[in-house]
Design a protein around this ligand. Structure first.
Ligand code: PEP
Ligand code: MG
Length: 540
C-alpha cells in the first residue's frame, strides 16, 4: 500500500481502479526524427492531404468564429490559413521529406523549427503572436497526420479514480460522475475552476498529489486528503465503515430539508446554490436550495467544438428557469477567459490571463457573442424568476455600459415583436478590490450585489488562485478580504439592496457566524454544502 498526500478540494471517499490520463497532445509528437522513411513520395502526399484537411478545418473555424465572435476572431484563422499555404513552409517540409527522408510529421516539426528561428529576429510582441500561430498550425497538422486529438478523456468502461497532471475546466465539463469516482491532480488549488466543478458535481477531488505515473491500472482509494494505492484489506474495511458513517450523517441532514435557514434569534438567511449545468439544479433542489444564486453560464460554452447559438442557449436557460418555477435563478453572464478557455474561441496567449481578457471585458469586446447570450437569457426569463448578474466589475462606467447594452438588446427584441422579460433584476459581482471600495457608487445602480470571494481574495492578496505553490498565501480569511466585504455590505444596505456571498468561502461552516455578523443576506454554495450550512445557521 502506498500513500500520497494532497489537498482535499472536494470532500468524499472513493474506491476503485486508477486511470492516469496521459499528458496533452504531445508537443513531443513528431519531434524525434525516428527511422528514415522508405517512401518520400508517399510521405509528401500524406503532408499534402493533411494540409488540405487542415485548410478546410480552418475555413469552417473562420466562418464559425465570424458568426460567434466577429471578424477579429476569424482573422486569426485566416492568418493560420496563410501560414499553411505559404510556399516557403511547404518547401521546408518537402526538403525534410525528400532530402532527409523524414516522415511527414517529423518534417512538419522540422519546418516549424525553421520558421520559429526566422521569427526570433522580430520584435518581441510580433514574435510572440506569430510563434503561437505557427505552433498552432503545426500542432493541427501533426494531429491530423498521427490521428491524435487533444481529447484525452477515454470512453470509460468502468468507474475510475481519474489521475492527471492537471485537468482543464473544459475537460472537467465532459466528466460524467457515473464514471468518475474521484479526481486527483498534481496541479490546481481549492478555488481553481476544476475544483469548483468537482464540488458542484459532488465528486471527491484532491490536488497537489505528486503521484507516480506507474499507478495506472492499480486499485486506489481517496480518503480525505490522501490517495492510497493498492490499499490493503483492513484499510478498505475501515474506509467502507467511514463511508457508511458519512452517508448516515448526510441522511440525518436530510431532516433539515424543509426547514428554513433561520438563526436562533430569528434572522432568516437566504440559502441558494451555485451550479454550472442543468443536472446540478436537480441536485440543488434535492438539497433544499431556495433558488440558484450563481448559474455559471460559461460552462455551457466549454468542452465543445463550437459556440452554442442563441436557440441552444435559450433552450438551456429556459429549462433551468422552468425547473425552478418561482424560485430565483441568477444567471451570471459569460465569465470565459483566464483558466476557462473554450477550444472554439481563438484566444491570444496572455502573460497574465487572470488579469486579462476575461468575463465582461471579453463580452464588451465581442458584442456579438454577448448580444446572443443576452437575447437568449431575456427570452428565457419569461419562463421563470430570472435575474442577470455581471462578473468582474471594476467601475461604475462598466455597469452603465452593460446596462445600456442590455437595454439595447431589449429594444431589438421589442422591435422584432419577440417574447421576452421586460423587467428583470441586473446585479453585479463584487470580486475585485476596485468594486468593493467603490461599492457606495455601484450600489445605487445595481439591483443586488454578489460577493465572489474566490476572485476577491486572488486580486486583493495578489495571489493566483490557480497556483498551488501559493496556497499558504491565498488566505480567504485575510482581514483585508473581510474589511472589503464589510464595506460592500454596508454600502449595499445603505442603498437598500441585498448582498449574497457566492464564493467558496460561503460554504465554510467555520465562517458562517462571521459572515452573518457582517450582515450578509444570502449564501450561495455548491449543492452538497447546502444542508451543512443550513445546520450551522440554525445552530447560531
Ligand atoms: C468568485 O470569484 O468567487 C466566483 C464565485 O466566481 P468564479 O469562482 O466562477 O470566478
Ligand atoms: Mg469569480
Amino acid at each position: 500500500m502506498k500513500r500520497y498526500q494532497g489537498k482535499e478540494v472536494s470532500p468524499g471517499i472513493a474506491e476503485g481502479r486508477i486511470l492516469v490520463l496521459c499528458s496533452r497532445v504531445s508537443a513531443s509528437v513528431g519531434e524525434k526524427a525516428g527511422d528514415v522513411c522508405a517512401d518520400a513520395e508517399c510521405e509528401w502526399k500524406r503532408f499534402l492531404q493533411a494540409r488540405q484537411r487542415a485548410l478546410s478545418e480552418l475555413s469552417s473555424l473562420c466562418s464559425h468564429s465570424e458568426s460567434c465572435l466577429g471578424c477579429e476572431a476569424a482573422d486569426i484563422f485566416r492568418a493560420h490559413r496563410i501560414i499553411l499555404s505559404d510556399e516557403a513552409f511547404a518547401d521546408a517540409v518537402e526538403t525534410a521529406v525528400r532530402k532527409e527522408g523524414l516522415p511527414a510529421e517529423c518534417a512538419v516539426r522540422r519546418a516549424e523549427r525553421i520558421f520559429l528561428s526566422m521569427l526570433s529576429g522580430c520584435e518581441e510582441e510580433t514574435f510572440h503572436a506569430r510563434t503561437a500561430d505557427v505552433k498552432d498550425v503545426c500542432a493541427r497538422l501533426v494531429c491530423i497526420l498521427t490521428g491524435m486529438t487533444d481529447d484525452r478523456l477515454p470512453a470509460f468502461r468502468e468507474p475510475v479514480i481519474l489521475c492527471a497532471d492537471d485537468l482543464s475546466p473544459s475537460e472537467a465539463m465532459q466528466i460524467d460522475k457515473k464514471w468518475v469516482l474521484a479526481i486527483v491532480t498534481r496541479q490546481g488549488s481549492l478555488v481553481s475552476h476544476t475544483a469548483i466543478l468537482a464540488r458542484m458535481m459532488g465528486i471527491p477531488a484532491l490536488t497537489g498529489v505528486d503521484f507516480d505515473g506507474a499507478i495506472d491500472g492499480h486499485t486506489g482509494a481517496v480518503d480525505g486528503d490522501c490517495l492510497l494505492v493498492d490499499p490493503d484489506g483492513p484499510y478498505l474495511e475501515n474506509l467502507r465503515l467511514k463511508k457508511k458513517h458519512a452517508d448516515t450523517e448526510r441522511d440525518m441532514l436530510k431532516e433539515l430539508l424543509h426547514l428554513p435557514a433561520v438563526t436562533g434569534d430569528g434572522r432568516r438567511i437566504g440559502l441558494l446554490a451555485n451550479v454550472g449545468v442543468l443536472s446540478d439544479i436537480e441536485d440543488a433542489l434535492k438539497n433544499g436550495a431556495e433558488g440558484i444564486g450563481l448559474f455559471r453560464s460559461e460552462f455551457l460554452f466549454l468542452g465543445r467544438e463550437s459556440c452554442p447559438d442563441e436557440e441552444e442557449q435559450f433552450a438551456v436557460y429556459s429549462a433551468a428557469a422552468r425547473m425552478l418555477g418561482e424560485k430565483k435563478l441568477v444567471i451570471r453572464t459569460l465569465d470565459l477567459g483566464a483558466d476557462k478557455l473554450a477550444s472554439w474561441m481563438p484566444a491570444d496567449r496572455e502573460e497574465n490571463p487572470a488579469m486579462g481578457m476575461r468575463a465582461i471585458r471579453l463580452c464588451l469586446t465581442k458584442p456579438e457573442l454577448f448580444r446572443t447570450q443576452l437575447r437568449a437569457i431575456l427570452r428565457a426569463a419569461v419562463s421563470g424568476n430570472v435575474a442577470l448578474m455581471y462578473p468582474m466589475i471594476t467601475s461604475l462606467q462598466e455597469v452603465r455600459r452593460l446596462r445600456a447594452f442590455t437595454a439595447e438588446v431589449k429594444a431589438e427584441l421589442r422591435a422584432e415583436g419577440a417574447l421576452f422579460a421586460e423587467q428583470l433584476e441586473e446585479g453585479i459581482m463584487i470580486e475585485t478590490p476596485a468594486a468593493a471600495v467603490t461599492a457606495d457608487f455601484l450600489a445605487p445602480e445595481a439591483d443586488f450585489f454578489s460577493i465572489g470571494t474566490n476572485d476577491l481574495t486572488q486580486y486583493t492578496l495578489a495571489a493566483d488562485r490557480q497556483n498551488k505553490a501559493l496556497s499558504e498565501f491565498y488566505d480567504e480569511k485575510h482581514e483585508a478580504v473581510f474589511r472589503l466585504m464589510r464595506y460592500t455590505v454596508d454600502a449595499a444596505h445603505k442603498a437598500g439592496i441585498k448582498v449574497t456571498v457566492c464564493g467558496e468561502l460561503a460554504a465554510d461552516t467555520e465562517l458562517t457566524e462571521r459572515l452573518l455578523a457582517l450582515g450578509v443576506d444570502e449564501l450561495s454554495v455548491s449543492p452538497a454544502f447546502l444542508l451543512p450550512v443550513k445546520k450551522k445557521v440554525r445552530e447560531l
